[in-house]
Unconditional design. Structure first.
Length: 435
């Protein structure tokens, strides 16, 4: 099927009439490109950064149409254009607001909705979190709806996949985590490709660009196939529609052991890593190095003078620093590294693989360091998911490769104000077995 994503600029609450006109135009453009479905960004109606809940209520009192009017209009447009629409919007339930997404069929009927579960920073100032993770039944199969930061917690897309989602639609507004000169966000960089690959289903993400208030967005809307390849992508500063042909497909079976499932679903508080630990010195070992056996690296607390071998499997502790070791094949699933992080790991060594999207995702989603080793050399990925060190294996009399890591940086799991990727988990919502 042909899917479109429409990228829009940031908007203000008082610009709702222009927003309505723009959306009609973008949906018409998607229909003109023969798309069966178009995805619109997070809170494309009426805006994402509301300022305060009272500012939204004041705008409503001043004439801003509410969610019922928006859905009525978008349903009519879907029916007239004969195109399915997934759109983010502000939902109202009594005195509560939700960051919501709806999927409307080409017949103009609402197939289903979801509320954002993992709220991001200022989201918490005016939105309540959602409490359900269920796919939506549609004319093109079961569809998982994920709103922006929901994709940062691997358990949410994984639960949708376990419950049969064959396609994930992702209204988002990727906030700039880089600088004004070099906008950046981990989701289009590597997290969304990793989600598509580990769930085994296509993902279509529609983002915003520009700004809303003091918040800037990075654009970069994209469509991934089920292997995690980006088929098409928008620029960082353009209002446009892009399309790609993908096929919804049965999700990949989640790979995890009974022990991992138990850890991931445990309601008990996780074991968070210690903050007051010193730097760690690490000496990666080349694959197949003579006599190394199962050892993948040597490590010591800085200045301790004693090197400790890190072997495959398990969790080692060196002067309060916790280190896990997994294979590149295990890193393709979120579960092994997540379980190590929930047991307090500061660092995970991934052997037999390079700094792939999966390895970067494991670092970012857990806020840990990841060190990868492969026949070509080694890389260090920091808790943001960025490669900060790379090295090749020594030859002959060359100096042994070593790196010093400030592992205390992995103790904080906060990615934005009041946004913790470990404490923000809600295990009671998750499911990792098919239905």
């Amino acid at each position: 099927m042909r899917i479109a994503v429409a990228q829009t600029p940031g908007t203000r609450l008082d610009e709702w009439q222009d927003t309505r006109t723009l959306l009609e135009d973008l949906i018409a453009r998607a229909a003109g490109l023969k798309a069966a479905l178009v995805v619109l960004p997070e809170c494309v109606w009426p805006a994402y950064c509301l300022g305060t809940k009272q500012a939204y209520l004041d705008a409503r009192a001043a004439g801003l149409p509410g969610p019922a009017d928006f859905l009525t209009r978008i349903c009519r447009t879907a029916r007239q254009r004969r195109i399915a629409i997934c759109a983010g919007y502000v939902a109202e339930e009594g005195d509560r607001l939700f960051n919501a997404a709806a999927l409307i069929g080409a017949d103009g009927r609402v197939a289903g909705t979801c509320h954002k579960r993992f709220l991001w920073a200022f989201d918490r100032d005016y939105f309540d979190p959602g409490d359900r993770i269920e796919p939506v039944e549609s004319a093109f199969g079961r569809v998982g709806l994920v709103v922006c930061a929901d994709a940062r917690l691997p358990e949410i897309p994984a639960t949708l996949a376990a419950r049969g989602a064959e396609l994930i639609l992702h209204p988002t507004a990727w906030v700039n985590a880089g600088s004004a000169d070099a906008p950046w966000n981990p989701q289009p960089e590597f997290l969304i490709p990793a989600r598509a690959a580990e769930c085994g289903v296509p993902v279509a993400s529609a983002s915003k660009w520009g700004a809303e208030g003091d918040t800037t967005f990075v654009g970069s809307s994209l469509i991934c196939d089920a292997e995690g390849h980006i088929l098409t992508q928008c620029g960082q500063a353009e209002t446009t529609v892009i399309v790609a042909d993908v096929e919804p497909r049965p999700p990949r079976c989640l790979q995890m052991t009974d022990s991992e499932r138990s850890i991931l679903l445990s309601p008990a508080a996780p074991t968070l890593p210690r903050a007051g630990v010193g730097p760690l010195e690490l000496r990666p070992i080349p694959p197949g190095d003579s006599g190394a056996g199962p050892v993948v690296a040597l490590a010591r607390a800085r200045g301790s003078g004693v090197w400790r071998p890190l072997t495959r499997g398990g969790l080692a502790e060196i002067d309060g620093i916790r280190i896990g070791v997994i294979s590149a094949a295990e890193a393709q699933s979120f579960a092994p590294a997540r379980c190590l992080a929930l047991q307090g790991a500061h660092l995970v060594v991934v052997y037999d693989g390079g700094p792939t999207a999966a390895a970067k995702a494991r670092a970012c989603e857990n806020r840990i360091f990841v060190v990868t080793t492969d026949p070509g050399g080694w890389s260090v990925i920091d808790p943001r998911g960025l490669v900060i060190h790379e090295g090749r294996w020594p030859v002959g009399s060359e100096r042994v490769s070593e790196v010093t890591l400030e592992v205390s940086l992995a103790a904080s799991k906060t990615v934005a104000p009041h946004t913790d990727v470990i404490r923000g988990r809600r295990p009671e919502q998750y499911c990792f077995t098919g239905t």
